[in-house]
Design a protein around this ligand. Structure first.
Ligand code: XMP
Length: 176
């Protein structure tokens, strides 16, 4: 970290653990049938995914997708490209889409479009963090871990230039 940058703790590892367990419990309750495919958006959601699915006592398959980056600018629906395609055929399956953070909504909207085109039996979305802000893209996750202010955050999978993903807590990254 540059000496001019600082990390300000926002959500502790303990709070994350409690909330992830609550989400897992609800997801388990809401997905009683089989044929669940959990799709995680790389790379930011991998730590959330790993903690969440290990608390869900359900038969499931896990798949990952990656999306072209947009370097922090607002994007219109369709502008982002899903780069890694699905290994699992989700046609007729119950899909749970996992992402780390909902910011503009461009990422989730792009992946939702790809999944819907494969005609799943159902599609639910779950994000760990949702920024409080106005969005031009209408995406409403079914499950949200925490609402946060519109700040740049790192840790627990979230990065700045590839760094800080391994922090066990979430921090506001201040460029000073
Ligand atoms: P959109 O705007 O598509 O953003 O909803 C979702 C993706 O953008 C990245 N992102 C962040 N990454 N701290 C990060 O480390 C942030 O505050 C942040 N806001 C957006 C992230 O990859 C996410 O999946």
């Amino acid at each position: 970290m540059s000496p001019r940058n600082s990390l300000e703790p926002l959500i502790s590892a303990e709070k994350i653990e409690v909330r992830v367990a609550e989400l897992a419990h609800r997801l388990e309750h809401d997905h009683p049938g089989g044929d669940l495919v959990v799709v995680s958006v790389l790379s930011g959601s991998v730590i959330f995914l790993a903690d969440l699915v290990r608390k869900m006592n359900l038969p499931m398959r896990i798949d990952t997708v990656s999306v072209s980056s947009y370097a922090g600018r607002a994007v219109a629906p369709g502008e982002l490209k899903v780069l890694k395609t699905f290994s699992e055929d989700v046609h007729g399956k119950h899909v749970l889409l996992i992402d780390d953070i909902l910011d503009t909504g461009g990422t989730l909207s792009a992946v939702i479009g790809e999944i819907q085109a494969m005609e799943p039996a159902s599609l639910k979305t779950c994000v760990l963090l949702r920024k409080k802000k106005e969005r031009n893209i209408d995406v409403k996750p079914d499950y949200v871990g925490f609402e946060i202010e519109d700040l740049f955050v790192v840790g627990y999978g979230l990065d700045c230039d590839g760094m800080y993903r391994n922090l066990p807590y979430i921090a506001v990254f201040n460029l000073t």
